[in-house]
Design a protein around this ligand. Structure first.
Ligand code: S3P
Length: 424
């Protein structure tokens, strides 16, 4: 994929559905009684992997003219899959589905691509084992492929060492199949889409501070779900609109859940001109975002804000390279175990383009303001790396070429055409 410098960006864009919410709508719809109708579902490769896993467990899922219909069979309605469940590149599918499988009365195996087979699964194996589940890493390395023999589970109060919505959600989903109230406490609050959506389906989930609790054996009922636009996908256009001179763009229908909106807060701290319009507050809050070119300056990104922008940190690193002054990102060691080691890959690729950036154990230090030039960079098959560098390419001299740039299909199949539709 080759990207050239842009003169300005203008126009508007409807941001595609949120990936985290689309996954959960399929999962919870499958465990509900009756039909769940999902609109603005994200048809990226990750969410399609979740659909295929539930189809293999006997759930009828239809994709009809922009809507997804999930014909759920209730909490105990899944069938034993006759083949290995393939989650592709999706960490969310791996960890959340494992929580569900732990409570079934059948044995299953789950695996994914080369990246998934390197990502840490001990973080879910530990709490699930404490609940009495039988979950084994078949290669003995704490990663997928996983073999899960479902059991009647015990309720636990799990103190998670990581702020991870995937770990929290895994334990809460297993908690539905347990013998009492299951609790998860995280060091810092992570995204709360599971808590919001499970309650909408009829479960009893409560949240107090950084602890979420679920009552066992809920009756879930099919629902209508309108998936908001993904703020993680909007982030690339927010950054591009701010950084490309003379730009003004409108991003429509973006989810602004406070556990996800850290990117907006960091942009504001860097001096961004962003206006929220048409805000909605029911269920998952949304807004249209009006973005105007701005002169950005460096900032520090650390502490409790990190989980609210964890997937946007590659984009923030690029923004920091174009901002005046120094940006420090810390407390973000989780970046090392995403689809790629995002600290290493961002640092190497930005240095390749001429940026002054240094990797640290848990983040990056970026001295911004140096002009960047085109280069050949490797996405490492990581969708967020490819999209972040496409934005960098709009701002650099010469041509930027991105190896395996088509990996944007994971979360945003129309990314490049949407980007070109705004660029001059
Ligand atoms: C997600 C949670 C985050 C995020 C991922 C999606 C989710 O991962 O990085 O892209 O849908 O719950 P962690 O919870 O592991 O940080």
């Amino acid at each position: 994929m080759e990207i050239k410098k842009a003169k300005k960006l203008s126009g508007s864009l409807v941001i595609p559905g949120d990936k985290s919410i689309s996954h959960r709508a399929i999962m919870f719809g499958s465990l509900a009684e009756g039909t769940t109708r999902i609109t603005n579902f994200l048809e990226g490769a990750d969410c399609l992997s979740t659909i295929s896993c539930f189809q293999k467990m006997g759930i009828d899922i239809e994709n009809t003219s922009g809507e997804i219909l999930v014909h759920g069979k209730g909490l105990h309605g899944l069938c034993a899959p006759t083949e290995t469940l393939d989650v592709g590149n999706s960490g969310t599918s791996t960890r959340l589905i494992s929580g569900i499988l732990a409570g079934q009365d059948f044995v299953s195996e789950l695996t994914g691509d080369a990246s998934i087979q390197k990502r840490p699964m001990k973080r879910i194996m530990t709490p699930l084992s404490q609940m009495g589940a039988d979950i084994v890493s078949l290669n003995g390395n704490g990663c997928a492929p996983l073999k899960i023999s479902g059991k009647k589970l015990h309720a636990i109060h799990y103190n998670s060492p990581v702020a991870s919505a995937q770990v929290k959600s895994c334990v809460l989903l297993a908690g539905m199949y347990s013998d009492g109230i299951t609790r998860v406490t995280e060091p810092v609050l992570s995204r709360n889409h599971t808590e919001i959506m499970l309650n909408y389906f009829g479960a009893n989930v409560t949240a107090e501070g950084t602890t979420a609790s679920i009552k066992p054996d809920p009756s879930l009922y099919g629902r209508e779900i309108l998936v908001p636009g993904d703020i993680s996908s909007a982030a690339y256009f927010i950054a591009a609109g701010l950084l490309v001179p003379n730009s003004e763009i409108l991003l429509k229908n973006v989810g602004i859940n406070p556990t996800r909106d850290g990117i907006l807060r960091v942009c504001k701290a860097m001096g961004a001109d962003i206006t929220l319009l048409n805000e909605t507050t029911e269920g998952e809050p949304t807004a249209d975002l009006l973005i105007r070119s701005s002169t950005l300056h460096g900032t520090t990104v650390e502490g409790a804000i990190i989980p609210t922008l964890i997937d946007e940190l590659p984009m923030i690193a690029v923004m920091a390279a174009f901002a005046e002054g120094t940006t420090v990102i810390r407390d973000a060691q989780e970046l090392r175990v995403k689809e790629s080691d995002r600290i290493q890959v961002m640092t190497e690729n930005l240095q390749e383009m001429g940026a002054d950036i240094q990797a640290t154990e848990d983040g990056m230090i970026i001295h911004g303001g140096k002009p960047l030039h085109g280069a050949e960079i490797d996405s490492h098959l990581d969708h967020r790396i490819a999209m972040s560098f496409a934005v960098a390419g709009l701002l650099s001299e010469g041509t930027l070429s991105i190896k395996n740039g088509e990996c944007v299909n994971i979360s945003y199949p129309k990314f490049y055409s949407d980007l070109y539709s705004l660029a001059e």
